[in-house]
Design a protein around this ligand. Structure first.
Ligand SMILES: [Zn+2]
Length: 139
């Protein structure tokens, strides 16, 4: 898992085996897999709440890495509801939203994963993986 610091473009969405984790399912980490669209290798990702990821704001701040428009167009995030705007302008499931970069362990194709985690209502903590997208650096 790493942060991304240069402009990227999204090329395609990859499906994950499991995308929603409730309460204990996300502890100590939410584990799922995805298949690389280039080589077919099955990659495992483990997301540890409050440890994994970087604020999604870092991507769209001044459109530095990915523009807000692109994030919305690709369905990576949604506009946040007014009542929880303190979580940021763009979120997944109206909860604090993070991202990380990860590479296929076999062919090193680059992927970005976006997820959110938090208490949706008292006693209900949800980790939602919005998805995994293949990306490339813009030249
Ligand atoms: Zn691969």
């Amino acid at each position: 898992m790493y942060s991304i610091s240069e402009k990227i473009s999204i090329t395609r969405k990859i499906s994950v085996e499991k995308s929603s984790f409730i309460n204990d399912e996300a502890l100590p980490s939410a584990i799922t897999t995805f298949s690389c669209c280039d080589c077919g290798n099955k990659n495992t990702i483990a997301i540890a709440p409050y440890e994994s990821g970087f604020p999604v704001f870092q991507l769209y701040n001044e459109d530095k890495i990915l523009s807000k428009d692109e994030l919305l167009k690709q369905g990576i995030v949604n506009k946040t509801s007014q009542r929880v705007l303190h979580f940021g302008e763009l979120t997944v499931n109206d909860l604090p939203t993070l991202y990380f970069g990860t590479d296929c362990t076999s062919c090193h194709s680059k992927y970005i994963c976006v997820f959110s985690y938090g208490e949706k209502q008292p006693g209900l903590e949800i980790l939602t993986i919005s998805g995994i997208w293949k990306y490339e650096y813009l030249k």
